[in-house]
Design a protein around this ligand. Structure first.
Ligand code: C5P
Length: 208
């Protein structure tokens, strides 16, 4: 039988990566962070002096394994650039096969925006992870700045940035961010990472 594929979708900074990594380790499956693919395409555009809103299909086709290991992919400029290149159908098309090939041999826990809807519509188990924009902005701040205090103005700016990115991801024509009909919704505002993991793991046990 085909190896296990688990899809983890949702908006920015909702806890997808944390959950997907923990599930992968518990199930002994590889973890694929598909956001890195779009981030690396945006990085190539910016490094070449190009606007990431412009045609990025050549950069997507040229993507190599080393591009994904760069340490400068999680910066605000790339948050925005990735969502701009990700709205281009030719870029998504160029990256689709890579994602499928990655999971075909071994199975995988795959995190992204369109995994349960487009990349692996027949995934064994699908999750849609979400949280309020405020909770997500606070988490992102903690990831970057640790326990350093955040001002109201900084928090407002971070929330606005998250809402702008979500709305670009949700409103694009190709593979928009949307919950698959058969995905389990987990709202993480009031849950610890451990509680999210337990809920997800319970669902996997029930479904497979
Ligand atoms: O998940 P992450 O924040 O790293 O993703 C960066 C951007 O890449 C997202 O805002 C989204 O525009 C795009 N993306 C996507 N489809 C995926 C994963 C990421 O469109 N499967």
């Amino acid at each position: 039988s085909r190896p296990l594929v688990i899809a983890v979708d949702g908006p920015a900074a909702a806890g997808k990566g944390t959950l997907a990594k923990a599930l992968a380790s518990r199930l002994s499956l590889p973890y694929l962070d598909t956001g890195l693919l779009y981030r690396a395409v945006a990085r190539r555009m910016i490094d070449a002096g190009l606007d990431p809103a412009g045609d990025a299909s050549a950069q997507a086709e040229a993507l190599e394994q080393e591009d994904l290991r760069r340490s400068d992919l999680r910066v605000p400029e790339i948050d925005r650039g990735a969502s701009l290149v990700a709205s281009q159908p030719a870029v998504r098309e160029a990256l689709l096969e890579r994602q499928r090939v990655f999971a075909a041999q071994t199975g995988a826990v795959v995190d992204g925006r369109d995994i349960g809807t487009v990349v692996f519509p027949d995934a064994d188990v699908k999750f849609f992870i979400t949280a309020s924009p405020r909770a997500r902005a606070l988490r992102r701040h903690r990831q970057v700045h640790g326990d350093a205090a955040i001002t109201e103005a900084e928090l407002d700016a971070a929330i606005a940035e998250i809402i702008a990115r979500d709305s670009r991801d949700s409103s694009r024509d190709t593979a928009p961010l949307v919950q698959a009909a058969d995905a389990l919704l987990i709202e993480t505002d009031e849950l610890s990472a451990e509680q999210v993991l337990e809920k997800a793991h319970e669902e996997i046990r029930r479904r497979i």
